[in-house]
Design a protein around this ligand. Structure first.
Ligand SMILES: *Cc1c(COP(=O)(O)O)cnc(C)c1O
Length: 440
């Protein structure tokens, strides 16, 4: 597919509009759609819709298709596997692909210690399993999560998630023994970014000590860069302090790298930037080039604690998804997609910084690698401007650029281009963003 933006109709075009009318009549109303452009094909950094429009992809299906859509190695591996066998259930009659994915994960996840992995279907399911494992290993029940966290939409992961609308509203009661602590959010830290790490860590430890008790705490779960919460990069040093404190108290540190993993932030995992080695790492999104797969990887003694049969699931580590993951990981290595993410940052960060100088509504520019965001506010204040974020995003959509919003206050524009996106498309997307800001 030609890697070029082509607009043949208004966005969405007439065929998409007709399909969307069918969607309204057939699909449950609780499933929201960001941009009702119906997809026919996608490749690299381009999405082709049913009206013949080619859109630039700054979303990667929420950080999933880092290797590009329909990545050639992934397509070949899936074709071969689907013709061989589609499912036996690994817990009934196993197959090599599952083992090979676990071997790869044990290699790429941070830390020199001996590791084990287990495979699941979705990020939320893997997070739930990481908590099961941490509880079993420690014999404790409490779990601490952070402000602005997002960990999924199942009952336990809703409890871990910080944001009410749209994730939790009217879906309670939630799982118990989940406690929340402040996140070291530099832009919004009351005394400013300089003392953010130190003060947030002090507040975190004081709160857990007073309200939960270290000896009752099984796990602390953290996104090393927060995703849905607005691409919050914790103040430098905060994660390392939390990790050290967890070690001192025998608490399992779980890094939710579902959105940050697999080269997205310029390294295999975002923990690496902070030199943090978590006990358990949860992965999903970028792992398999778009096929549903998720994993928990971590210290052998923690992972192996659970009795045989205590973990699993019918589809977890499906052979087609495993074949896709092996091909995706091979692509990341062969094409140095961590380097590609750093090059994307080198192009995008200065442009976003320039945007911030021109438009006082851009309060903060942050992120790493190909996981970047701008936080929008009322000029000269820090009052969130979610309406402006929605307007800029809509203007981008009309010009054929797929963008996403995020943030506890809905005021963050986030960018997650495929790591294989061509530099011309990247620059064209940034030009569209510029004009969308000027228009809004
Ligand atoms: C998307 C996401 C999840 C949930 O993953 P699903 O596959 O949607 O269940 C969990 N944690 C983080 C950080 C995510 O970005």
């Amino acid at each position: 597919m030609e890697q070029a933006r082509i607009l043949k109709t208004a966005i969405p075009g007439p065929r998409s509009i007709r399909l969307h009318a069918r969607e309204r009549a057939a699909v449950a109303g609780g499933i929201g759609v960001t941009l009702p452009v119906y997809v026919e094909r996608a490749a690299g950094g381009i999405v082709l819709d049913v009206d013949g429009n080619q859109l630039i992809d700054f979303g990667s299906g929420i950080g999933v298709t880092g290797v590009g859509n329909a990545a050639p190695r992934v397509v070949d591996a899936v074709r071969e596997q689907v013709g061989a066998f589609t499912h036996t259930c690994f817990m009934v009659t196993p197959y090599e692909g599952y083992v090979a994915v676990c071997e790869r994960l044990n290699e790429v996840v941070p830390g020199d210690h001996e590791k084990r992995s287990a495979l699941f279907n979705s990020g939320a399911e893997a997070v739930e399993n990481a908590i099961k494992i941490a509880r079993y290993h420690t014999g404790r029940s409490a779990v601490v999560a952070f402000d602005h966290a997002f960990h999924g939409r199942t009952n336990l992961t809703m409890a871990l998630t910080a944001k009410n609308m749209p994730y939790k509203h009217r879906f309670g009661p939630f799982a118990g023994e989940v406690y929340r602590a402040p996140m070291a959010y530099p832009y919004r830290w009351p005394t400013g970014p300089q003392r953010c790490a130190e003060e947030a860590f002090a507040a975190f430890t004081a709160q857990v000590h007073a309200q939960v008790g270290e000896e009752n705490t099984a796990a602390v779960i953290v996104e090393p860069i927060q995703g849905e919460g607005g691409f919050v990069v914790p103040a430098p040093g905060f994660l390392a302090q939390v990790a050290q404190w967890c070690r001192e108290h025998g608490i399992v540190l779980v890094a939710d790298e579902v959105q940050t993993g697999f080269c997205r932030t310029g390294d295999w995992f975002a923990c690496v930037h902070e030199a943090v080695v978590p006990d358990l790492v949860v992965t999903a999104k970028g792992i398999a080039g778009g096929l549903p797969l998720a994993a928990v990887t971590g210290r052998a003694e923690v992972m192996d604690a659970v009795h045989p049969g205590g973990l699993g699931g019918t589809y977890g580590g499906n052979p087609v998804a495993c074949a896709a993951a092996l091909a995706a990981i091979e692509t990341m290595r062969a094409e140095d997609l961590c380097g590609a993410a750093r090059r994307i940052e080198a192009v995008m960060k200065p442009r976003l910084a320039a945007l911030a100088r021109r438009f006082p509504a851009v309060g903060d520019v942050r992120g790493r690698g190909a996981m970047l965001a701008v936080e929008l506010v009322e000029p000269d204040t820090k009052t969130p401007a979610p309406g402006l974020a929605a307007a800029v995003s809509a203007a981008c959509h009309r010009q054929g650029l797929i963008t996403l919003t995020a943030g506890t206050y809905g005021n963050v524009l986030r960018f997650l281009p495929p790591l294989v996106i061509g530099e011309d498309l990247l620059r064209e997307g940034l030009d569209i963003l510029d004009s969308a800001f000027a228009a809004a």
